[in-house]
Design a protein around this ligand. Structure first.
Ligand code: HEM
Ligand SMILES: *[C@@H]1O[C@H](CO)[C@@H](O)[C@H](O)[C@H]1NC(C)=O
Ligand SMILES: *[C@@H]1O[C@H](CO)[C@@H](O)[C@H](O)[C@H]1NC(C)=O
Ligand SMILES: *[C@@H]1O[C@H](CO)[C@@H](O)[C@H](O)[C@H]1NC(C)=O
Length: 522
């Protein structure tokens, strides 16, 4: 009896997976055809099609978008392998602002810097919300994280406290924390003695140590089991949460009743994360609470004081816990992925490495750079800006939600619409950038035509990346140290250079490659 119920449910699930798979194949075939007339609906079974009328949502009539399938809406568009590129190509057909449907919610995709700025900065108070979702609540302890928490008085207090705690630590020690990690990273690379290696792990360790030093006053060795466990767990959560099997649960509540192995994994990893972080915070309270100077100690202190204002906002231990998660997730893979991209692009363009090196030697002689030297190192800064433009590592930012009726670019946007800023699209807009797909650091030199206004890798407004200042200093010092001390060479003449298209999930990453780090003579 019980067994047969389970098998019926399983069968339903498998059937559903098959439908998705079939549609996806049909969709990618029709994508291959340049002909627009061949719409994906043609591939959907008649039975589903007949249901379609019931499920076409009540959309903002003024916005166009790709045809949406019955039941699934535009889920297939959202399940595309390289989502930012796919969304950018849809903009070619449907314009710089268009809609996609996902279950009963409408998403609006913004493909151009000015439109993104209008929504995130000019009308920030209309679009500062985050979508509520079933799975989002699970990974954020019921929306009590900064990144996924919806806009509310409580969220504002949380973000304000975290921001000032970060700011204080940043003022005191950020530069020396990053310097220490940069020196350490260079030592690790020197120890490879010219072997061909995959550097991604070293970048992750360096970025992660900056964050753990700021939050918990601790750094870890590459071989540390604690660090490995934590990183594995956080990466797993981010990649599982981005997978279509899990996002489907948000749009189709019925599916929550079916067995879903990726979802069970997600629940398990979230529990493991909370255990690991909980242990770190307990240790911290026991041993280092009085030390001060870390984000966690500032946050714990602020728990003891009531938050100002008539509204009785109290932060809880869960908020402290989730802030640590926010900073670790937001601050590790992003910075590491960007360093990864930089090395990958430099292998393709060795002359850029040499130019940075000559600039460093010319300006600093043999001294290591300080962040305050950045105004005298325009070429290095141009390289970093060009990397942020070409490979914004959070290519679709984090979805926003309209908290009231509003408008973008003259289109009516009803309350609860989900807004997706396509930063990748904005950074490749031919109206703004000459030859947008080419790697040209020179465009950011004086008179090079690069627009800093249109460069928005950190988003903007109320939801501006909380770690922007940290990320910028890290990028500058890490890149400067690496290029001062090493020349990056392809692993061998036979092997192809790294693939620059990348793999996009939540973070835009480069595919695995190896590199030789050749020390520069001093
Ligand atoms: C190159 C590195 C980085 C890039 C490109 C980046 C980019 C972004 C973007 C695009 C957003 C979403 C903004 C939006 O919703 O509109 C974001 C949010 C966030 N980032 Fe970063 N980030 C980077 C590094 C960091 C670092 C180092 C930290 C922490 C120290 C961090 C912490 C966060 C947090 C907490 C949020 C959520 C903010 C909120 O929802 O209010 N990020 N980041
Ligand atoms: C928001 O727009 C909807 C139409 O989509 C309308 O029915 C509703 O009254 C509006 N709400 C407000 C507060 O203006
Ligand atoms: C959207 O962005 C892409 C890439 O940046 C660009 O090619 C396209 O022209 C943009 N769409 C519109 C309607 O301008
Ligand atoms: C960096 O690149 C390597 C390949 O060298 C890849 O295996 C790894 O996942 C990347 N890491 C990040 C954080 O992007």
């Amino acid at each position: 009896m019980c067994i047969s119920a389970v098998s019926v449910v399983l069968l339903l699930f498998i059937l559903w997976m098959l439908v998705v798979k079939l549609c996806r194949q049909a969709d990618s075939q029709s994508d291959g055809d340049a002909k627009e007339s061949k719409q994906p609906e043609a591939a959907v079974p008649k039975l589903l099609h007949s249901l379609s009328k019931r499920f076409f949502g009540s959309l903002s009539p003024s916005l166009s978008g790709p045809p949406s399938l019955p039941l699934l809406g535009n889920m297939l568009d959202l399940a595309q392998e390289h989502l930012p590129i796919h969304l950018t190509s849809l903009a070619l057909r449907y314009g710089n602002i268009y809609r996609l449907n996902c279950g009963s919610t409408t998403m609006v995709i913004l493909n151009n810097s000015e439109i993104i700025r209008e929504a995130l900065i000019k009308k920030w108070s209309d679009f500062a919300g985050r979508p509520h979702s079933y799975t989002g609540d699970i990974v954020s302890s019921g929306g009590r994280s900064i990144s996924l928490g919806d806009f509310s008085e409580g969220w504002k207090a949380h973000r304000r406290v975290a921001h000032s705690a970060l700011h204080r630590c940043t003022m005191d020690s950020l530069h020396s924390v990053i310097e220490k990690q940069a020196h350490h990273l260079c030592q690790v690379l020197r120890d490879y003695n010219g072997k061909a290696v995959d550097l991604s792990e070293d970048f992750t360790v360096a970025a992660s140590n900056v964050i753990t030093t700021l939050t918990l006053g601790k750094s870890y060795d590459k071989s540390s089991e604690d660090l490995q466990k934590l990183q594995d767990c956080l990466n797993e959560i981010v990649s599982l949460w981005g997978s279509p099997w899990i996002s489907a649960l948000d749009s189709f509540p019925l599916l929550r009743k079916l067995p879903n192995p990726p979802f069970s994994r997600l629940m398990k990893e979230v529990a493991r994360r909370d255990e690991l972080i909980g242990k770190h915070i307990e240790d911290f309270k026991k041993n280092d609470h009085k030390k001060g100077g870390t984000v966690t100690s500032s946050l714990l202190q602020s728990l003891e004081q009531p938050q100002g204002g008539a509204s009785q906002m109290t932060l809880t231990e869960t908020h402290v816990h989730m802030t640590t998660v926010d900073l670790l997730i937001g601050g590790t893979e992003t910075t590491a992925a960007l360093l990864n991209w930089t090395v990958a692009f430099l292998l393709h363009r060795p002359e850029v490495q040499n130019k940075v090196y000559e600039e460093l030697c010319g300006v600093l002689d043999v001294r290591y750079p300080q962040y305050s030297d950045r105004h005298r190192l325009p070429y290095l800064c141009a390289l970093i800006n060009e990397m942020l433009r070409l490979r914004p590592v959070a290519p679709l930012a984090v979805p926003h939600r309209a908290i009231r009726n509003s408008s973008i670019a003259g289109h009516f946007i009803p309350k609860n619409t989900i807004i997706i800023p396509n930063l990748y699209g904005a950074h490749h807009d031919p109206e703004v950038w000459d030859d947008p797909y080419s790697f040209k650091p020179e465009r950011f030199l004086e008179g090079g035509g690069g627009s800093l206004r249109a460069l928005i890798p950190f988003g903007g407004g109320a939801r501006l990346c909380l770690g922007e200042a940290i990320a910028r200093m890290e990028m500058f010092l890490f890149t400067a140290y690496l290029l001062r001390d090493f020349k990056f060479l392809p692993a061998s003449k036979e092997e192809p250079l790294p693939d620059l298209r990348g793999v996009a999930s939540v973070v835009l990453k480069v595919k695995p490659y190896t590199v030789i780090t050749h020390p520069r003579e001093k």
